[in-house]
Design a protein around this ligand. Structure first.
Ligand code: GTP
Ligand code: MG
Length: 255
């Protein structure tokens, strides 16, 4: 009996983010090599994918095409999750137990984050995802710490003229996440759970994202807990076709 590598052992990239950001559109594009109409997701969906021609997995820079190890390294899974507020447990469940998760792609609609409502919704979800990764790191039993899980923030829909450019998406999100962090800390305090002052303190620290102190939150603070966060722009759809090269580059780096 020959053992074939089971598909579940393939590196997985988790597609997370608010509803309407373009997660399923990206999955569909990857699967069919052409964009198609999507509907809002109500369940998670996993597909097997292949890194497109022209992109090289970082583990295979010294291998040649045709080498079986090279071909194998191009394969991965994309796991799409619903962004609706009531359906996020599908995504967060994978964050608690992220075996085989090679990276997280947090999709946002770069046009919607130009407005407060869209920005705040994205920032709340992003805050919770980053905090889950931080807790996973600080709660690890081994001294080495768990395997790193990098995050790509995919600023999608750059074809829309109202879209914020990626560097402003980054600044806006960092600011908005700082605000979420503040209001969550206040919420914890106000919740008045009957706890001793000491327990209160421990809980506060554990639930505080990034560095302590008065400064604002910045994505680079996540490096302390084994998570690199980068923002890269693109568009799955659009009048002039798709542009997802930056995201493929990032995925190649993780493979
Ligand atoms: P949920 O399943 O609700 O979490 O949303 P989702 O992130 O899967 O969004 P989906 O992929 O279904 O896309 C939402 C809408 O945005 C669809 O109408 C897409 O056609 C549209 N869309 C996706 N990507 C782009 C893009 O790059 N540009 C433009 N203009 N529209 C896009
Ligand atoms: Mg969807």
């Amino acid at each position: 009996i020959y053992r074939v590598q089971s598909p579940t052992a393939l590196p997985t990239f988790l597609l997370i983010g608010p509803s309407g950001a373009g997660k399923t559109a990206f999955l569909t594009l990857t699967e069919r090599n052409s964009a198609a109409q999507t509907h809002t997701s109500t369940a998670p969906l996993t597909i097997q994918a292949l890194l497109p021609e022209g992109f090289v997995p970082s583990s295979s820079h010294y291998r040649s095409a045709g080498d079986p190890a090279y071909e194998r390294a191009r394969r991965f899974l994309l796991l799409d999750t619903p962004g609706h507020g009531k359906l996020r447990h599908f995504a967060t469940a994978r964050l608690v137990n992220p075996s085989n998760v090679r990276g997280i792609i947090f999709f946002i609609d770069a046009a919607s984050v130009a407005e407060d409502t869209g920005l705040n919704e994205a920032a709340e979800y992003l805050h919770d995802v980053l905090l889950a990764l931080q807790k996973r790191y600080t709660g690890a039993k081994t001294s080495k710490g768990p395997k790193e899980i990098p995050v790509l923030i995919a600023a999608n829909k750059l074809d829309l003229f109202t879209a914020l450019p990626p560097h402003l998406v980054k600044i806006s999100l960092e600011k908005a996440v700082s605000e979420v962090r503040k209001s969550r800390a206040k919420g914890l305090k106000d919740s008045g759970v009957a706890m001793g002052a000491e327990e209160d303190m421990v809980d506060e620290e554990r639930n505080w994202l990034g560095e302590g102190g008065e400064g604002s939150f910045e994505f680079r603070q996540m490096e302390e807990v084994g998570t690199s966060v980068v923002v890269k722009g693109g568009n799955v759809l659009g009048g002039d076709g798709t542009d997802v090269k930056n995201w493929w580059d990032w995925i190649s780096e993780q493979l």
